[in-house]
Design a protein around this ligand. Structure first.
Ligand code: SAM
Length: 447
């Protein structure tokens, strides 16, 4: 198939940067079916590379351009960004190709002036590269913000929680590409059997560290096209997310409530742990997302999940002290997913964090009422900020003495680098655990 890979990358980036599209959805939308895998990899590398390095690339461009970069036409800006990315980060692309291809795109999408402009900016970078790439900012937080391309408020918030050195490790790992993780559906197959089938197809498969049924796929291209996916032998889910249901560890025949459930990753996993026996009430605020839970349950051969559109903030009198296990997998800032969805750093605004912590607090204080005496409440997020995680839980426990954190451990394959499990919670980080950034707290109610 004859395609212009760089032009597709520009379309994806424009969709993400102008329309706030999600990177995974935009890439799937613009990469045509049947494209050669090396072309697909090239498009993904440029797209994700530009998203991950946007502040740094724009910093470089602001040094090179006589026009203020805010005034440059959005498409020309994307053409320049992919040009700079190829010159600075992709050794295998010759500088001449990076410039010529960018100029060709400027011919197609710009006017005469923009052709010379793109050509001039990229050639100046090549000429004086060693000087241009230096970051001159003396303030270390600002320096980190440019070097690892994270908004300054994010750098400050993370530094506030973890200190500057740990923050640098986090930011660095956010720019590394994660492996795809899958969860074996033990209702339909066994881990070893699936591993061997996927290996036969040519996938490189490793076992997860912490997840009992986690497999790590090194070369995941087209994995959802195999028959075993369609037949529900596995589902795509990060290892960290798999630990939530594993730590909850609900007994078969119990009653589980999952209040923020879509698309059903954790609900279907709990059903698997319960051997598809008992009842899971899976709720979400959005009707269209509820459909995803139903589709996933069907594919995975699960029939104990009942779905319902329901606003978790609204108190449900019919469930008071009726539920054995309540899961609040809360809507959150998502800062633990940045390596998978680099656009989170551009779409998530500082003011969102306060709004989200209020929402989390309100939902937590509603759903606590559904837990039976001796029942379990698990609170989880895919973020690393303490105000959404351990600080919120400590505040909750201070005001709700009938709950306490419950130590866990045997539910995990290994306890390596998980030194808070005896305190009843864990905070995972990509650079330490190799997973997404995730928080999980397990509480028991005892009156
Ligand atoms: C972190 S995601 C849940 C992921 C899900 N537990 C899984 O494992 O697949 C948070 C979910 O909360 C839902 N949500 C947001 N506000 C809500 C509310 N007020 N009531 C119920 N669900 C809500 C969102 O639609 C989103 O699906």
């Amino acid at each position: 198939m004859d395609i212009n890979t760089r032009e597709i990358a520009i379309k994806i980036l424009t969709d993400i940067n102008q329309n706030n599209a999600f990177s995974n959805i935009a890439t799937n939308k613009h990469i045509p079916d049947g494209v050669a895998s090396q072309d697909e990899n090239f498009i993904r590398e440029i797209t994700y590379g530009v998203l991950e390095n946007k502040i740094y690339i724009d910093y470089i461009l602001s040094k090179l351009s006589k026009i203020k970069i805010k005034k440059i036409h959005p498409i020309i800006m994307e053409i320049l960004r992919i040009g700079v990315y190829q010159i600075l980060f992709m050794d295998r692309v010759p500088n001449s190709a990076a410039v010529n291809e960018s100029v060709n795109l400027a011919k197609k999408y710009g006017h005469k002036g923009s052709i010379g402009f793109v050509n001039g900016v990229l050639r100046s970078l090549i000429r004086d590269k060693d000087n241009i790439i230096k970051i001159d900012d003396k303030d270390y937080e600002c320096y980190l913000s440019i070097k690892y391309s994270h908004p300054i408020y994010m750098v400050k918030s993370i530094t506030n929680d973890y200190g500057i050195e740990f923050t640098e490790e986090i930011l660095k790992s956010n720019n590394e590409r994660p492996n795809l993780n899958i969860r074996v559906n033990t209702l339909k197959t066994e881990k070893e059997v699936l591993m061997s089938k996927l290996t036969d197809y040519g996938f490189q498969v490793l076992e997860g560290n912490y997840g009992k049924n986690t497999l790590i796929i090194k070369n995941p291209s087209n994995i959802t096209k195999v028959k075993e996916f369609n037949d529900g032998y596995f589902t795509i889910q990060d290892e960290s997310s798999q630990l939530v249901s594993q730590i909850m560890n609900p007994n078969p025949n119990s009653f589980v409530l999952d209040v923020c459930s879509a698309p059903g990753g954790k609900a279907t996993h709990m059903a698997q742990i319960m051997d598809n026996k008992g009842k899971i009430l899976a709720r979400d605020f959005y009707n269209h997302k509820i459909e995803l839970i139903n589709e996933n349950s069907k594919r995975l051969g699960i029939d104990i999940i009942e779905t319902e559109v329901y606003d978790a903030i609204k108190r449900d009198e019919t469930l008071i002290e009726k539920v054995d296990y309540v899961l609040l997998d809360a809507p959150c800032s998502g800062l633990g997913l940045i390596r998978r969805k680099p656009e989170i750093r551009w779409n998530r605004k500082e003011e969102d964090i306060k709004e989200l912590t209020n929402l989390q607090w309100n939902i937590l204080n509603t759903v606590k009422n559904y837990v039976k005496n001796h029942g379990i409440l698990v609170y989880s997020t895919c973020t690393i900020l303490k105000e959404e995680n351990i600080n919120m839980i400590n505040r909750f426990l201070e005001l709700n003495k009938e709950f306490r954190l419950m130590p866990f451990g045997k539910e995990l394959k290994t306890k390596e680098n998980l030194n808070t499990i005896n305190e009843g919670y864990i905070q995972l980080f990509p650079h330490i655990h190799g997973t997404d950034g995730f928080f999980i707290a397990k509480m028991i109610k005892e009156i």
